[in-house]
Design a protein around this ligand. Sequence first.
Ligand code: PHE
Length: 337
Amino acid sequence: MIEKLADFIEEVKNFKAETAAKAEELRLKFLAKKGILNEIFAEFKNVPPEQKKDFGQKINTLKQLVEQKIQEAKERSEEDSSKPADLDTSLPGPNIALGSHHPITMVKNEIIEIFGRLGFTVAEGQEIEDDYHNFTALNFPPEHPARDMQDTFFIETDPDILLRTHTSGGQVRVMEKQQPPIRVLVPGRVFRNEAVSARSHCIFHQVEGLYIDKNVSFADLKQTLMYFAKEFYGEKTEIRLRPSYFPFTEPSAEMDVSCSICGGKGCAICKGTGWLEILGCGMVHPNVLRNCGIDPEVYSGFAFGMGIERTAMLRYGVTDIRMFFENDMKFLSRFKH
Ligand code: PHE
């Protein structure tokens, strides 16, 4: 009997339970009610006492071996994920975390959409500009103090190359290539060497616009901007234009809108004035038109430019401009819709 037991152990050791069916075969042969193990147990009482210990140990070994083989086969079949029977294609998939548009993109797109209704198209310009397109063509003569209005990052090895301080250079590039009528928006990132704080940043975004045709007047400028203000800030919004100075426009103005937070009564956001300054604008200077190959005797036009961060801060009640550049998931997920 002892030898028979040893043979069974050898048999199980060499058994390959590659499939679930083969493992089941093994189980039936050894572990079933009328299986080999029960048969051997029944023999136990006939074993001479001095062999009982050895016999008992061998039975245990055999039983463990059979169970181990069956367990291994089971694990193997669970790992085998290609088994089509286990795959329920009707189950809903796991949730995928969706991203959202950045608030700067959302405001930019809204501005583009509003002016788009008036026939404005979009040109991108370039972030790395030359001095000519950022300044000289825009009627900033060399050494002109107006260049200090915008603190500029120059490329160290070539003072002619700089990071654009406004997107106006993009308008110059459009005018160089295209004769009027021109109706174009230039959105994009701009750079100024300013200390970073809650209110200002060395990187920000602008949308600038340019409209050139025959007989374009300041009244057209005012009407266009009023339309924009009412569409963006609400029907009740009023605008006011204050005289200002830019080398590339004459006359120049700064536009305020009635405070959308307090409705013009005066609050902390508008510092009690009831007005919020949102953009610079003016009639394109004849020198700029001439520099770009457009005849100022025939054509006239207006331009305007606004900062997107400031507009987005007002719209969403963001109090620190740095939040737009932090990529803080908690902040960004507020803007999902
Ligand atoms: N380029 C100006 C700025 O960045 C804004 C502006 C554009 C003003 C067009 C007037 C006309 O400050």
